[in-house]
Every structure is written in C-alpha cells, then in structure tokens.
Write a protein that binds this ligand. Structure first.
Ligand code: BGC
Length: 751
C-alpha cells in the first residue's frame, strides 16, 4: 500500500466512527478487504509464538534447481515443526500437496506454505528469453506470455515467481543480461510493469495468478567488468536515474514481493542496506509487500566483510528491512537469540512475519491452502495448443534481422535443397534457453525440425553439425562443406550453449565460441546463399561475421517453439520486426557501449578523423556494430520529416510529434517506431539521446501510417544538481526513427 493510500485509509477509518463508514467503503471497496486481512492477521499473530513467527521468515529449497550452497537439511522435519514459511523449487500437484499437508495438518496453527519458482520465461511452455521478448517491444504479448506462465505454473502448485528480473544492464559480458529487458530504463520500466500485471492479474487470490517477485534490488545489472556477483559502484544520480526506475515501476504495478541483490552498492551490500530497503523502498515508494533475500545472500554478508558471523549477518539483514531468508537458514538459527540479547526487536520480527502472512492471505491460502493444487488443471492447462500457438508467434516477433544483403531472406520458393549446418542446428537443450522453469528440452523444436516440418514434401533438407559449440575439433568441417555444396541455400545455426548465459555465466570474450567462426568462413566461402541464425543469450562480438555473411537473423534462445518460429521467419511467413534492446559492441574493449551515453567535453566527430585529442579509440571506431533499437525487415519503411504541434512550450502544454511512415517494400510489415529526445543544455550533463516513446505499427505494403506521440513536459525531467527532479527550460532535439542512430531531428524550446 502506498503512503497516500495508507493515509487515505486512516482517514476513512476515522470516519467510520462518524457514521461515514458506508460511504467510505463504497468509495474504496479494497478497504473492506484490507481491514479483514488486518483483523485476520492480528488474530493469528496473537496466537503465534516467537519461534513460529521466525519460522515464517524462512525459505528453503526443495532442491530441484540449485543455484548456490544447499544449507537446509530435513526440510520436511522443519515444515512439520513450523519452521518454514515458504518452499522454492518444488512443483507438481502431488509434491506440493504433500508438503502443504505437512504444514497444514501437522503444525500447531496450520499456516500454509508459499511455493516459489523462477518462472522467468514461461513455465512448461517456454517463451523466448526475456531479453529476446523485450526485442519484440510488444507490451501486450509480453503481458500475455506472463499470464500463460502464471496459468501453467499455478496449475502445478506454484504461487510465487522470482520474476520479473528488471536489472538494467549495459555490459554483455554479464551472463544475466538474458533475463532482463536490456539497457534502457524507459523501456525496462514499461516492461517491468506489464510483467507484474501478467503474473498477478487483477486478483492475487485467483487460482490462476501468482505473486511476482521483482529482482534483484538493486543495480545487480552493473557489476564491475561484467563479472557476476561483483561490486557495484556508481553515482547516486546514475542509480536514481538509470537503474532504480524499473524496480519502482514494478512496485507501482503492485508487485507482491521484491528480492535483494547479491551485490553491494557503494560499500553497502543490498541485503543489509537500510537506505535501500527502508528509506527508499518502504518509506519513499510505499512498498507494502515483503522483501526476500537472494540465495544465501544474508550469510554472504560475511565474505562481503560487513558481518562477523552468521548471527551478525542475520542481525544486519533483518534490521535493514529484509523479511525472508532464502536458503541462508540464519534467521531460523539466530533470530531468537538476537532478540534475547536485544540486538533485534521483537517488533521487527513481528513486522516481517506480518508481511509474509499478509502475502499468504492475499494469495487466498488461508481460505484454501490447496488452491493451487488442482489435478484437473494440471492435466488440462499445461502446454495447450493455444499456448504453443501463441509462443510460436511471440517467438518469431522477438527475432531481430541484423543483416539481409541482396534480399537473401526470405528463402526463395525456387530453393530445392537446404543444408542446415552448425552446432545449434539440432540442439534442443541449447535452443530452449536457460532458466527454463519446468520446461522440457524434449518438447523443444529445433531449427532443423522447424525447417523440416515447414519444407516437408517440397524441399530436401540436409543436416550437418560441423562442429561442437565449444572445443577445437574441426573433424566435421568436410561433411558440412559437402552438404553446403549440395544445397542451394544454407542455414548456418551458430551461437552459445544455453549455460553460457544466465547466473554465474560471465564471459570475457563474447565472440562465437570454439571453431564456429572458422566453420562460418568455410561455409560462406562456398558462395552459396547463407543465412546465419544465431542462438545466444547476450549481444556477441560478430564484426567479421557481419562483414562476410549475406544474412544474419538473431533468434536468441527461443523456448519451446523456437525452431518453428525461425522457420516462419526464414520462409517469409512472418516478416521479422524485432529491434535490439541492447547494443552489440564491435569488440569487448568498447564495453560498456550503450546508446544513451554522454557527449563528453571532447566528442569525436567521425567526419574529422584527424582531430586527435578527442574521446575515441586508436584501434576501433566509437560506434557499435548494431545500435540499440536496430532491426531490419523484409520490407522498407520510409519516414517523413517530423512535425510538431508547436515548437515552443510552456508549463502545462503537451508536446505532440507526428511522422508518416510508408511501407515502400514488397511485404506487409510491423515497424517499431522510436522517439528520442536530447536536452541540449542541462542543469547537469544529459545523454546524447533518450528514448521517450515507441509504437509498434503494422503497415501493409504500399500503405502509409501516421504515427503520433504525446509527451508531457515532465517526461523530460531528471535529477538536477541539487537532486530535485525537474525539466530544464531551453532547447531540445526530438527524433523519431527506426533506431537510436536516427540522425534527423526537430528542435523545440521550453520556456
Ligand atoms: C538467483 C535468483 C533466483 C534464486 C532462486 C539465485 O541464485 O540469483 O535470481 O531467483 O537463485 O532460484
């Protein structure tokens, strides 16, 4: 509940005594529910012992997916003793029912458990990885995918997902960029909100919705050198302006819980950061859900060097506002003693326990602990044909066409033999992508399978692996070359293995691993038409591939329907429309390279290469290989000059900008139209461009669409030198175009 709502309710409660009760409840129907919940939890808490309250703060792993040390032992025994509040990584109606029964039937008060899982890009129907989803820029589809994920997960006992991951990331060496929305704060915030809505729906107690857990609070996406779990250190302004807004957007969308991050920020680990968890999250943002640690991030306060021992770590974390301990077992072990010694107040534990009980209440678990354990749903609502059809469409719309020389794609109808070559051509495990929840590799359609299905009866399909994803063995090259020579079109499926991105999967070299680039050189040198299809979880350094390959399709890790969706795009049944939400660097030395950088006092102008003392490299240009927002289509979109309702604005005015886009090519298509602004003279320095709007527009061949954007002056606000949040008077540039490299702008003024 935010602060305003809280004050309003207090006001209304006061009115009850004055006979306004009925009106108040009419105005604010949630009030009754909140009051009932408060009474219920009050009553329950009165009955609970301190040990039982501490038990609620404990989250143990069921042990199926382990992403850290497993400390908990004999979970069933602990559940029976009322020492567990929630379980992660166990699903399936039978398993969940069995554990829930222990909590409900065998503990003194029968308090039900919450069941959590990382449902990150689908539950059993797996969608593309979140970074790929973001490249669709399709808010409706992203929300729908989370809705489907929630329906499937809740059909198998899960009622809490550790998602959305909303960490802004500018360094593709960091393996977890695959889980987020990319580098942009504005887009990331929009996506954060729709993901929460998709998971939680309108009513958390609905058997088909689950509680979201926004993570990783905060700034986990900015580890030094892109190394996972590494130190984060940045200015307060960068934190507030670039990194925090997506978490705030998720909180504003009513996310029920939030997870602290492993990292420190400026010397204070998130799991002991009072400023972050109390001052900002609770007091300023009005968050009323509960805060959970990341996996053993509380005992990790010891190696961080701020806690002496596990008890000290527990003390620091709970006093900083961290309610639930994931797999650290330190609250369970030390909290009672800390209270007895006066190092933690009982009131603090009460507050945390209350928040967790409230979440259980909101999930409807007190009413029916088996609400999410429904055999019929488990049998009928998983991987339905509708879910798979949607996944196929969504996956295709998340792919980004990076290059398409001489209209290599779509594959011509004249093609009679296609050779699918490469280590990602028929690898189910690596096509589906990491963080796969309950996804089953076996059900994943690879690119080979997708092409075979699509081409059945009309095109002969050859397959050669050529080489492994990693390793130096070139023994398969000859057969691969022979297959290419026999074919009149080659699909070269290259990329990373699924475990090269995700947690603990940072890479210092983000080029194609192993001998894949060598294989690509050989196959491309046959002069056959070649389309490279990339499967990967992060931007890669593929400058040479871009130079030599006729066509490149970025397919990411695409989930269950990846191969079908790739085939849809390759054969032109779907015209690709995705646009990158993370910049592709030319080489690792350029990192971090992102579109909304600062101009510096010595900006380099590529038209003046002899200008020596400028901000640049000696051995590589400043521009990336593919900029943020970039992506091609099989058709061509032509943009008219931008027009505006006026060019000088005062307080209260709306800024309206319009552009006309003509589909001048040969296919119907979808264009993702992007609006950027630049504040020419700021109170502090401003980025060279900032995304402030986008629209996904479907335009038929030969037709023209008029696309208008409306901005409020407040959309141009940022943190000034004195940290006030305001916009500047003065001149701005406004750009509307197909990507962040758009050059033409129109100038407007704010008086
Ligand atoms: C990850 C989290 C995840 C948790 C539970 C941790 O290692 O950092 O993102 O939610 O494990 O699986």
């Amino acid at each position: 509940m935010n602060r305003q709502k809280y004050l309003f309710i207090v006001f209304l409660l006061l009115c009850f005594n004055n006979g306004f009760a009925q009106d108040a409840e009419y105005i604010y129907p949630e009030l009754i529910a909140d009051r009932e919940m408060a009474l219920f939890v009050d009553d329950l808490m009165k009955k609970m012992t301190l040990e039982e309250k501490i038990g609620q703060l404990n989250l143990c792993t069921g042990g199926w997916f382990v992403t850290g040390p497993v400390i908990s032992k004999d979970n069933e025994g602990l559940i029976r003793q009322g020492k567990v509040g929630a379980i992660l990584n166990t699903f399936g109606v039978e398993n969940v029912t069995a554990l829930q029964k222990m909590a409900v039937d065998e503990t003194r008060l029968g308090i039900p458990l919450i069941f959590g899982l990382d449902v990150v890009h689908g539950f059993r129907t797996i969608f593309p990885i979140p970074l790929a989803q973001a490249c669709s820029w399709d808010m409706e589809a992203i929300e729908r995918s989370e809705r489907i994920a929630a329906i499937e997960a809740t059909a198998m006992g899960i009622n809490w997902t550790y998602a959305p991951m909303v960490d802004i990331a500018r360094d593709p060496r960091w393996g977890r960029v695959m889980e987020g929305a990319g580098e942009d704060t504005y887009l990331g915030s929009r996506i954060a909100a729709v993901r929460v809505k998709g998971f939680q729906g309108e009513d958390l107690s609905d058997e088909k919705t689950m509680m979201a857990c926004v993570k990783h609070f905060a700034a986990y996406g900015a580890p030094q050198a892109g190394r996972d779990y590494n130190t984060v250190d940045m200015s307060e302004r960068s934190l507030l302006e670039w990194y925090l807004p997506p978490y705030k957007a998720a909180v504003d969308a009513n996310a029920g819980s939030i997870m602290t991050s492993f990292n420190e920020i400026a010397g204070v680990p998130s799991s002991s950061n009072k400023w972050l968890l109390i001052d900002l999250l609770r007091n300023k943002w009005g968050f009323d859900g509960f805060v959970v640690s990341d996996w053993t991030s509380i005992p990790e306060l010891i190696p961080h060097g701020v806690a002496v021992d596990s008890a000290d770590a527990a003390r620091l974390a709970i006093n900083a506002g961290l309610d639930m301990d994931m797999e650290g077992m330190v609250y369970l072990k030390y909290m009672k003693n800390l209270i007895e010694k006066g190092q933690v107040s009982e009131e603090t534990v009460n507050k945390s326990a209350r928040r967790i009980l409230e979440a259980k209440y909101k999930l409807g678990l007190f009413e029916d602990p088996y609400r999410y354990c429904n055999k019929t749903r488990e049998e009928n609502e998983i991987m339905t044909p509708e879910n798979l059809t949607f996944a196929r469409k969504f996956t295709a719309s998340s792919m980004v066409l990076l290059k398409n020389e001489n209209k290599t794609l779509p594959i011509s109808k004249k093609v009679k033999t296609i050779a699918v070559i490469g280590p990602l051509g028929d690898s189910k495990e690596n096509t589906i992508g990491g963080w796969g929840a309950a996804g089953q590799w076996d059900s994943c359609i690879t690119v080979l399978r997708g092409i075979q299905r699509k081409a059945a009866g009309t095109v002969r399909v050859l397959y050669e692996k050529g080489c492994e994803i990693t390793g130096m063995d070139k023994g398969g090259f000859d057969n691969a070359l022979a297959a290419a020579r026999k074919a009149d079109f080659v699909v070269l499926a290259l990329g990373e293995s699924q475990d090269m991105s995700g947690e603990a999967s940072s890479r210092s070299d983000i080029s194609l691993p192993g001998v894949q680039m060598e294989l690509a050189r050989k196959i491309i040198s046959t002069s056959k038409p070649v389309a490279v299809v990339l499967f990967n979880g992060r931007p890669l350094t593929i400058e040479e591939l871009n130079d030599i390959a006729p066509a490149i399709l970025e397919a990411w890790f695409g989930g269950t329907q990846a191969g079908n969706a790739v085939a849809d795009v390759l054969f032109g049944d779907v015209n690709p429309s995705g646009k990158l939400t993370m910049t592709f660097p030319r080489n690792v030395g350029q990192i971090p390279v992102f579109y909304n950088s600062k101009n510096t006092g010595r900006p380099f102008d590529p038209r003046l290469p002899e200008d020596y003392f400028k901000s640049r490299y000696q051995d590589v240009v400043n521009s990336p290989l593919y900029p943020f927002g970039f992506g091609l289509s099989y058709t061509t979109f032509k943009y008219s000059p931008v027009t505006m309702n006026k060019t000088s604005f005062s307080k209260g005015d709306l800024i309206e900008a319009t552009v006309e886009i003509t589909n001048a090519g040969d296919y119907d298509g979808v264009e993702i139209v992007q609006l950027y602004v630049r504040d020419r003279v700021g109170n502090v320095t401003r980025p060279v461009k900032e995304l402030r709007g986008f629209q996904r527009v479907s335009i038929k061949q030969g037709e023209t669409a008029k696309v208008s954007f409306t901005l409020h002056l407040s959309d141009l606000s940022y943190y000034h030198e004195d940290m006030s949040f305001d916009y500047d008077p003065g001149e701005f540039e406004l750009y509307i175009g197909p990507d962040s490299d758009v050059k033409e702008f129109i100038v407007f003024t704010i008086r």
